[in-house]
Design a protein around this ligand. Structure first.
Ligand SMILES: Nc1ncnc2c1ncn2[C@@H]1O[C@H](COP(=O)(O)OP(=O)(O)O)[C@@H](O)[C@H]1O
Ligand SMILES: [Mg+2]
Length: 218
């Protein structure tokens, strides 16, 4: 397998880099070769985080490289089992190019209408530009733990033709602390929090498998 996964949103702070790191670690721990192309050269969140992780000698080590140019980044994508494109906010052009290159494009969104509406709008703009709807998936990030609120958000997203990934990641200071220590959100000291993040990561893996299976048949 050689997958390309894009993490995109128009908003900053939505959870793109959180998803990129989570997904990279979950695959790397199972022996897959992965790399994050850090395309947010303003923030370089993943790049700096990877240095913290290496400094703290946390295994598995995660390869991250900043790229100003998506084409350069993509040149080596085939060398990895999974190549993760961590996009920058406020860039319709880069976001579209990421989606065009990716087998699956994940859009993190919060559960309020303020977050859901722009996420759906972004998905529509990608679909309008020719990205197949089955390759666009929403991830519920930085949510509450309220089942009613989560269900309402899922109901809202279900009206669209895109995928909504199983699982969700609630806001928790423990997740932020994990990032600060060079860890991902499945590496907190709290089993329930790790499980929640794991479920979302697994859902991305399942979706990728489904997308690429249909690609092989087609
Ligand atoms: N579930 C969460 N709970 C608490 N903090 C979070 C959570 N998810 C992400 N964060 C923090 O929110 C900030 C923004 O997340 P990030 O993934 O970098 O967003 P983006 O890449 O979309 O700008 C980071 O400081 C990150 O550590
Ligand atoms: Mg980021």
């Amino acid at each position: 397998m050689s997958y390309i996964i894009g993490m995109v949103s128009q908003k900053g702070g939505a959870g793109k880099s959180t998803l990129a790191r989570l997904f990279a670690r979950e695959l790397a721990k199972d022996g897959f070769s992965v790399k994050i192309a850090d395309l947010d050269t303003q923030q370089t969140t993943c790049t700096e985080w990877a240095a913290d992780r290496a400094e703290a000698q946390i295994e598995p080590e995660i390869q991250v490289q900043p790229f100003g140019n998506l084409k350069t980044a993509l040149a080596e994508a085939g060398r990895f089992d999974a190549y993760i494109l961590d996009g920058r906010p406020h860039s319709s052009q880069q976001t579209l190019e990421i989606a065009q290159a990716a087998d699956l494009t994940v859009i993190p969104t919060g559960q309020t209408k303020d977050d859901l509406r722009p996420a759906v709008k972004l998905a529509h703009s990608l679909a309008d530009a020719g990205i197949s709807t089955g390759k666009i998936a929403f991830a519920l990030m930085k949510t509450t733990n309220s089942e009613a609120e989560l269900n309402a958000a899922r109901a809202y997203l279900k009206q669209t033709e895109y995928i909504t990934l199983d699982g969700y990641v609630p806001v928790s200071t423990a997740y932020g602390i994990a990032h600060d220590a060079g860890k991902v959100i499945t590496e907190t000291p709290h089993r329930t929090l790790n499980k929640k993040a794991e479920r979302l990561a697994q859902s991305i893996i399942n979706r990728l498998a489904a997308v690429t299976a249909s690609k092989e048949i087609a």
